[in-house]
Every structure is written in C-alpha cells, then in structure tokens.
Design a protein around this ligand. Structure first.
Ligand code: TPP
Ligand code: MG
Length: 319
C-alpha cells in the first residue's frame, strides 16, 4: 500500500470518528430525534473496504451506518443534517439515521431491519451483472445479522449466480445485549463462505491494513466476474448498542480492554513508525476533521425542518 493510501485511510477513519463523537453530543443535547447507534471503534472497516470502491459501486448498510456512508462519499453535512431530521439532509430530513440514501454516491440505504440490507445488495449485484458492468456491490452487516435467514439465502444465490457482491460481516461481539458466543456456535463467521461456495475470510477489523488487503482480493474477484466473497472483520462495539444504553450486560473491564485496541491508535502508530506521518501531521489531520465536522454540525443546526405540507410528498429532496 502506498503512502498516499495509508494517509487517506487514516483521514477517513478520523472523519468517521469525529462525526460519530459529534452526533453523540448532539444526541445528548436533544438534536437527534431518533435512536442513534454509533460506530466508534469500527472505523477501520468502513475505511478499508470503501477505499477500494469507485463512485459507481454501491453499498447497503445497517442501523449503525453513518461511517459507511461517509467512507463511501456522502458529505458529512448531508449525513448530520439528515440524522437531525433537517430539510438539507440527504433525504430531505424524512429518513433519519436508519434511512440514509444517496444513490449518486452509491449509498443505497442504511437499513434498520437487521439483515435487510443483505438481499438488497445481492439484487444490486444481480443488476450489475445483467448490465455487464465491472461494478461491485457491498453489504455491511453485523454478527447478529449473520444468523438471519436473509444472510443465508443471499449468499447462496450470490455464489450460484457468481454475483459481484462482497459481504462484510462486522463481528463486534454483540447483537444488542446478546454476546456472539450465546448466539453462534462457531468461532469464525468467515468460514460460512465455504458452505455456499465462495471464499470466506476472517480478519482483524481493527487493523485497517488487514481489512484493506482482504478487500483488494475480493474486489478484484468481483470485478472479474468470478463471484462473491464473505469477509468477517473482528472488532468490538465500544459504545452501548444505542446512545443511552448503559450496557449492563458486560463489564467495564471488558470495554476498557477493547479500548486499548483502538483502530486509529493502531494505524497512527504504524504510520509514525514507518515515517509516513509525524505526530504534528497527525494533529493537523485531526484538526482538519474537527473543523469539517464542526461546520457540518453548524450547517445542520442552521437548517430548517421540512415543511409540514411536504409530509405527504413521495419524492424529491428539496435540498
Ligand atoms: C429483523 C430485526 N430483528 C430485530 C431487530 C432489533 N435489532 C435492532 S439492532 C439489533 C442487533 C443487531 O446486531 P448486529 O447485527 O450484530 O449489529 P450491531 O448492532 O452489533 O452493529 C436488533 C436485534 C431489528 N431491527 N430487525
Ligand atoms: Mg454486532
């Protein structure tokens, strides 16, 4: 991986992290009028996967999808405005956090139904194949979703039809309050790929270089018409399931231990050690991300809510 890519990955991770921390504050201040499932600690996955995607590739995402949208190219201000239910959001303020759409950058929806995005990405992959393109579709989903019927049906069809779909299972060890060991009898969800006749790999999802390398192979396979891949990224859900969840079902020690494996700390240390950046460069990158997020929050704050008369309009993003 060249130095420019290394730095761009760090930049994406910082932008995602800062946006999520900003939303946490906005949620506390009553500015997010719906549940907020934040992505802190999982940034390496969105960054490492989406870095391989072109503008015309597509993703589907989940209830925990802000990071995927940013990494795929949605401007942070359109995301924050939407999550704040403002007219200037990517869906005119009518979608909110679990219905973020921006087809022009390939964001085909954050979906609140667990596992719901998996068949959508599969259908998009089928369309891409029927149109004879080398585009790929990516489905992000959690460990909980990997036990949903939609996962199994989708992987079966995608392998059968050699669809250009890459399935990204973010195993953050919890589905709401249920630890993965209580719901899943195998240590690695990645091995499920072989049951359907596709490569299935498991990587450290907190190490962006590992995620990036796995995706490089998967995306080449998809573009070459060779079919789908399942990538399981092991990570940890640092925050509660949603903002306000006190997560009584796990110990503080467990979370503290996981915080030591912060994906940004890891990549920053790696880049400093190999001379790609200095501590000063990092501070400058961090400040730039802070500035972008502060501007996005101010934009959302200053934006109006959609007019009540527009409630029944079926389409059209007035912004
Ligand atoms: C079909 C369906 N069942 C249950 C829920 C309630 N629910 C919302 S998020 C969630 C847990 C999802 O866990 P996982 O797939 O691991 O994603 P994570 O929250 O860890 O990112 C559940 C059960 C839902 N939204 N949809
Ligand atoms: Mg999970």
């Amino acid at each position: 991986m060249d130095t420019i890519t290394q730095i761009r990955l760090l930049e994406t991770m910082l932008r995602v992290r800062k946006a999520e921390l900003q939303l946490a504050i906005m949620y506390k201040n009553g500015k997010v009028p719906c549940a907020a499932h934040l992505y802190e600690g999982q940034e390496a996955i969105a960054a490492g996967i989406c870095d391989h995607l072109r503008h015309d590739d597509c993703i589907t995402s989940t209830h925990r999808g802000h990071g995927h949208c940013i990494a795929k190219g949605m401007p942070i201000k359109k995301m924050i405005a939407e999550v704040s239910a403002k007219k200037t959001g990517c869906c005119g303020g009518k979608g909110g956090t679990m219905h973020l759409f921006m087809p022009e950058v390939g964001v085909m929806g954050t979906v609140g139904i667990v596992g719901g995005g998996i068949p959508i990405a599969t259908g998009i992959g089928l369309a891409m194949k029927m149109q004879n393109t080398d585009r790929v579709a990516v489905s992000f989903f959690g460990d909980g979703a990997a036990n949903n019927g939609s996962f199994h049906e989708s992987l079966n069809l995608a392998a059968l039809w050699k669809l250009p779909v890459i399935y990204i299972c973010e195993n953050n060890l919890y589905a709401t309050s249920v630890a993965v060991w209580r719901s899943t009898p195998i240590p690695d969800i990645g091995i499920r790929g072989s049951a359907y006749g596709m490569p299935g790999v498991t990587v450290d999802g907190n190490h962006v270089d590992e995620v990036y390398a796995a995706m490089e192979t998967a995306v080449a396979r998809g573009r070459a018409g060779e079919g789908p891949t399942l990538i399981e990224c092991k990570t940890y859900r640092i925050r509660g399931h949603f903002e306000g969840d006190d997560a009584f079902y796990r110990t503080k020690e467990e979370v503290a231990e996981a915080r030591k494996r912060d994906p940004i700390d890891y990549w920053k240390a790696h880049l400093i050690a190999n001379g790609a950046i200095t501590e000063e460069t990092f501070e400058a990158m961090s400040a730039k991300a802070d500035e972008e997020v502060a501007e996005a929050a101010a934009f959302a704050d200053a934006s109006p809510y959609p007019e009540p008369e527009s409630a029944l309009l079926l389409s059209g993003n007035p912004a």
